[in-house]
Design a protein around this ligand. Structure first.
Ligand SMILES: [Zn+2]
Length: 386
């Protein structure tokens, strides 16, 4: 009997989780729509949602669907607290809080410099979270990280087998680190760590240029090149190791420059330092964000350097677009701040995307906040599952 009871409980729990997974934070769906998405009957969905309402995990409001009155379901706010979203990239740490009323509050950007020790980065994030939670308690913490992250364990991985010390900006102290556990223990709230481009596409899906899209290819252009994928309206994080959407490491030229992944001809080594080196003779040393602002303002040297990327972008993006036929390609990352100057080379590249593709290419709308906002939503989603 015990066995059987345990079995039914776990089936019901799985069904509850399935309903929740089809109801992302920020969306309102009718019971009929959830029934269609999950394959359950409407009666089953009605029973399951009653349990979720009782648990305080979803809310029901009166609304309309196809001209008729309908009960619309949405996720309940995880708690009356601040949702923290953070980004750790090669050169910077950024932390923001989404307040219960939706206001976004940012802490000052933290510049990262060598030796890029994990303990230092952890302390900086803890300080920023404490600053954001002086008046409102923290409800969840999400961190988008410029490394691969296993979707199950959420431990950091690497784009190379020899360890993350060869990924610029991350010393070997990051390899054994467990950022999720360290933050969760420190603040006692649900915490999620995911790859920064995965967080970026989620941010754009929930609050930016990909709202309402089902299938999205997100390319993050900045110090390096990242990629994020959304299928059927949900973030795709790949299998064990979290190595998915790595557009920057699709090799398209066997004679191209050597990449940190060990291949030749990836997009990754053409961005970041290589891009800045092209204009150093004109502008001296600067950051990618400064480069993007200058390119956006029409600076000839920066604009020319971006235009020269159209050809490698077309060779690199043609295959994933042909394979996935995304509804929308979203261009994000620090270089998206350049606006049309960055979008134009990608649109030019799209001539090589194949004869049948009819998708759109758009700029990210959240700019440098895509990763932090997406990480905050990812953590809120995880909090609802716990
Ligand atoms: Zn590579």
């Amino acid at each position: 009997m015990n066995q059987r009871r345990r079995g039914s409980t776990s089936v019901r729990q799985r069904n509850l989780d399935l309903v929740l997974s089809h109801l992302p934070t920020g969306l309102e769906l009718s019971q009929k729509e959830i029934a269609e998405a999950t394959g359950f009957s409407e009666a089953t969905v009605s029973n399951l949602t009653a349990v979720l309402v009782e648990q305080g995990r979803i809310e029901v409001t009166a609304g309309r669907r196809n001209g008729r009155r309908a009960n619309l379901l949405s996720r309940a706010a995880p708690s009356r607290g601040v949702m923290i979203g953070a980004s750790i990239s090669r050169h910077r740490i950024e932390v923001l809080g989404i307040m219960p009323d939706g206001e976004v509050v940012r802490t000052p950007t933290i510049e990262r410099v060598a030796p890029f020790e994990y303990a230092d980065d952890l302390r900086r994030i803890v300080d920023a979270v404490e600053e954001l939670s002086l008046e409102v308690p923290v409800s969840s913490i999400g961190v988008g990280l410029g490394l691969t992250v296993d979707p199950v364990s959420e431990r950091v991985g690497s784009v190379v087998s020899s360890g993350p010390e060869v990924v610029p900006g991350f010393s070997s102290s990051w390899q054994p680190a467990d950022l999720r556990s360290d933050l969760a223990e420190r603040f006692g709230v649900p915490t999620t760590v995911l790859n920064d481009a995965d967080a970026g596409v989620l941010g754009e899906l929930r609050a930016g240029a990909a709202v309402g899209s089902q299938d999205v290819l997100y390319i993050q252009l900045g110090d390096g090149v990242g990629g994020g994928l959304v299928f059927g309206g949900r973030l795709y994080r790949g299998g064990r190791g979290g190595f998915s959407g790595e557009i920057g490491h699709l090799s398209f030229d066997s004679e191209g420059p050597l990449c940190i992944c060990g291949n030749r001809g990836c997009l990754e080594p053409l961005f970041g330092e290589a891009l800045l080196a092209k204009v150093e003779g004109v502008h001296g040393r600067m950051s990618i964000r400064e480069f993007a602002r200058l390119a956006g303002a029409g600076d000839p040297a920066c604009s020319k350097a971006l235009r020269e990327l159209a050809s490698p972008l077309s060779r690199s993006l043609a295959n994933p677009v042909a394979l996935l036929a995304p509804e929308r390609v979203v261009v994000g990352g620090d270089l998206s701040i350049a606006g049309e100057a960055m979008l134009a080379p990608v649109i030019e590249a799209s001539h090589a995307f194949g004869w049948a593709w009819r998708g759109e290419i758009v700029l990210a709308e959240l700019g440098q906040d895509s990763v932090c906002i997406g990480a905050a939503y990812a953590a809120a989603d995880a909090a609802m599952r716990d």
